[in-house]
Structure formats: C-alpha cells, structure tokens
Design a protein around this ligand. Structure first.
Ligand code: BG6
Length: 462
C-alpha cells in the first residue's frame, strides 16, 4: 500500500453537545439539543427539574478535555474537529455582547491542542442552536436569525483568528430535510415551504459568514459540511436512474449553492413541483456568491433509490434510502460500503473542483470489555481500514483531499438516539445509557491501530 501525502491531516471529530456536558455551567444558555433527550429523531420535551438527559454530562469533555486531547496527541492527531456551542457564547442568541466565560473555555481548549501541534477545525453550528432564538423568533424561519448567526460567527473569528485556521459553517446542512427542529429550529411537521425558506436563510447566513471569515481570518479556510448521502439506482431501469439523479440532487443542492454561489438551474422546476415559492432578495443573491474554500462531508453509508414509490416507502430508512441488496449493515441498519466513499469523493471533486475534507466516518458498535480489561474492536479496525484504503484510491484517482477526521475518536453520545452504547471511539468511556459509570477513559485495540496508521502515513493499511 502506498502512503498518503505528507501534508495529509489525520485526526478525529467531535461535537459540543455530544461530548461537553456542563449544560448549565459558566452562563451557558439552553440549546435545542438540551431539549432532545432522545436524540435528533426523538420527541422534543419541555424540561422539568430532575429530568434525565444523558447529554447534560455527556462524557464530561468540558472538564476532562486536557486528558482527552493528550490521548488524541498520543495517537498522533494533527487535526481535531470540534464544534462550539453557540449557547456558551450567546446564551439566548440575541444578546449584544458575548459571554466571556464561554469564549475563555474554547481558548483553553485551543491552547491545549496547540501544546501538541494539533490544528483545530471548528464547526460553528453542529446540530444545536439557542432555544431562545427558536422560542422568540421561530429559529431559521425568521430572517433575523441570519444576523444573529453572523454576529456569533464574527465573534469567533475575531477571538480565535490566531488559533483556528480551519472553519466549517453548518454541520450536515442537508439534514434539515429530515430533522427540521435540529437543523433549522422548526417543528418536525413543518411544510416544505417553511423548511426551504428556513434553509434559504441558513444558506445566506453561511455565505455571509464565509465572507466574514475571508475578511477576518485571511490565512484561514472555511468550508461547508454535507451529509454524504450517496444513492445508487436500485436497478438499471431508466426510471430508477432518473429517480436516483433527482434524489441525489436533493442533498447535493446545498453543496451546489455553497460551492457555486447560486441556486442550480434545475431548482426552479424542483420548487414549483413542491409548491415552494422562496422569498429571495437581490441582496441574498449577491451574498450567496461568496463560496466556500473546501467541501467537507460525513460518510457512513450509501443506499439506493427506486422509482417504485411503494417499495421506497415501505423500505426506506430515516434518510429515505432503500437498502442495497449487495451490502451488509450494522446493528443500526447503516449499510457498510467502503467503495462508496471512493465514488463519493470522485463525484464531489468532479462536481465542485474544490479540495475535499472527510470530516466524519466511523463505525457505531457495541464494545465488550474482556476479562483482562482489553477491548478488541477488530470490527471497527476493519471498517476504518477499508474506508481509508478507498480514500487512498481516490487520491490516486486525482482527487484533492486535505484530511480525514474519523467520527467519535472517543466514545460519545450518539446524535440520532442519544445513546452511549453505540460507540465510535478508539478510546472507551465508562458510562452507559442510564448514565452509570465512572467516566474513566480506556484505550481500545483500535487506538494502537490508528496510531500506526498515522505514524506510517497510511502504509500499514491493508
Ligand atoms: C452525523 C453527525 O450525522 O453522524 C454526528 O454529524 C453524529 O453528530 C454522527 O453523531 C453519527 O450518528 P449517530 O446517530 O450514530 O451518532
């Protein structure tokens, strides 16, 4: 196996609401995630004192980050993707001034990374926003949220411009189509009209923030972030082909706007068919022209599309993907497809001609602690090995890829169902779904495996 380029960045990715805990410390406001104890697809609850939400403590990264970053450094990380909790900086979302204690926390985190030469990559909004903005303004349905987000992002750029050079606007921006409350702060049952108008506001906000980053952090790079929901046709029937083209466009639409600076030509027919009429100002069109420097995305699985509506409805998963009969799946039904990653990398590079960054990829699985205390997660090693081999192939294909951050280098709370038993880490965390455990950290077999991969620049991959 040949090596990855010397400058390729290796690391892991985490998100504030899935690791930090400390949900009410140092002035933090209530976020939408704090109201989702059952995950992004679960019911939203009004919190009562004493209610259990595993994310309230999560894995306590807020207090244990020095230990965790030291472990990441031990694996050889050169990059760590984190997100900033908007509610630590602007607790309600509409304050004039930011919260100093929140800003100081991330200063400490970045300083800790700097000790080990780990470059931070920061997602400005990862699956959460201030509840205050949802309750008082209607979330992203309200145009004013663009300005609140821009103020928040500018605060981050001004504060951390010497410490952070890699930025991302919204995590999996296309996820709003499947989880509107998480993505845009709208009720789950919202109409397509409402969701797409909110998405439009978010796209404008993303472009405005890209521009602000270019002004304030001129030596930085800012990207978008897509859920890489690659679909194959279930059969080679032309109707399935057409359906696949259209379904892939539904998520690529976001990248098209963010990377090309305008709505794609097919969008007007697409919206008309759905009865959607967007309110787009002339200034919005100008704002959208500011495009991202690189495309980042998550990749866990692929799926299929079919023109057979009955079959699609009966078998489609939460992302409306129909299972591929040729692929195995995890216990959570996520189909494992390493070659799909190579296909996706080629597809995105052909489409956008911009550098790519794989900012999430990993296997959620239950781990078992052996009698001698070891955790032999060979299944995770196999999954990651096979995907990284395909990344290497894509580089050979000529795709420009800046780096790879595996999802959940340390066990964390899962986003979809708020479980801790669905583990992704190279590092085990002693905590279960009921919140029992010491929170102690322990290296799994994959820890040493990833350390070797990074040290050898991928030469140890099989
Ligand atoms: C991505 C999200 O959708 O997938 C992460 O950006 C999430 O926040 C990850 O954790 C894995 O999903 P899950 O539901 O297994 O945590």
């Amino acid at each position: 196996m040949s090596k990855f380029p010397q400058h390729f960045l290796w690391g892991g990715a985490i998100a504030a609401n899935q690791v930090e805990g400390a949900w009410q410390e140092d002035g933090k406001g209530i976020s939408t995630s704090d109201l989702q104890p059952h995950g992004i697809f679960g019911e939203r609850v009004e919190r009562q004192p004493g209610d259990f939400n595993i994310k309230d403590i999560a894995i306590d990264f807020y207090h244990r980050y020095p230990e965790d970053i030291r472990l990441f450094a031990e694996m050889g990380f050169t990059v760590l993707r984190i997100s900033i909790a908007w509610t630590r900086i602007y607790p309600q979302g509409d304050e004039e001034q930011p919260c100093e204690a929140g800003l100081a926390f991330y200063d400490r985190v970045f300083d800790e990374m700097a000790k080990y030469n780990i470059a931070p990559m920061v997602t400005i909004s990862h699956y959460e926003m201030p509840w205050g903005l949802v309750k008082n303004y209607g979330g992203w349905g309200n145009r004013n949220t663009i300005a609140f987000f821009e103020r928040y992002a500018r605060t981050l750029f001004e504060r951390y411009r010497h410490k952070v050079k890699y930025w991302l606007t919204f995590n999996e921006i296309n996820m709003s189509l499947h989880a509107p409350f998480t993505g845009v702060g709208l009720p789950e049952e919202s109409s397509s009209q409402a969701v797409y108008q909110a998405i439009h506001h978010q796209l404008v906000a993303s472009a405005r923030v890209v521009k602000a980053c270019h002004q304030i952090v001129p030596d930085g790079k800012i990207g978008n972030m897509l859920l890489g929901g690659l679909l194959y046709p279930l059969s080679c029937r032309p109707e399935d082909m057409l359906e696949t083209l259209q379904k892939n466009r539904e998520w690529l639409f976001f990248g098209d706007v963010q990377a090309r600076g305008a709505y794609p030509s097919w969008a007007s027919r697409f919206f008309k068919q759905r009865g959607v009429e967007l309110e787009i100002s002339e200034q919005d069109k100008i704002d959208l022209r500011e495009t991202v420097d690189y495309i980042s995305f998550s990749y866990y699985m692929s799926g299929c599309a079919t023109a057979d509506k009955e079959q699609a409805q009966a078998r489609g998963n939460i992302l409306n993907m129909v299972p591929n009969p040729h692929l195995p799946a995890t216990e959570w039904g996520w189909q494992i497809d390493p070659l799909g990653l190579r296909l996706l990398l080629n597809e995105l590079y052909d489409r956008y001609q911009k550098p790519l960054f794989i900012v999430e990829n990993g296997l959620g699985a239950r781990d078992k602690i052996e009698a001698d205390g070891s955790i032999n997660d060979d299944y995770r090693i196999a999954y990651l090995n096979d995907h990284l081999v395909q990344v290497r192939e894509a580089i050979e294909d000529g795709v420009e890829i800046w780096g790879y951050t595996s999802w959940g280098p340390i066990d964390l709370v899962s986003a979809s169902k708020a479980e801790l038993s669905k583990r992704y880490g190279f590092i085990y965390v002693d905590r279960d779904d009921q919140g029992k455990g010491t929170l102690a950290r322990k290296r799994k077999k994959s820890f040493w495996w990833y350390q070797d991969v990074i040290k050898s620049h991928g030469a140890t991959l099989k």
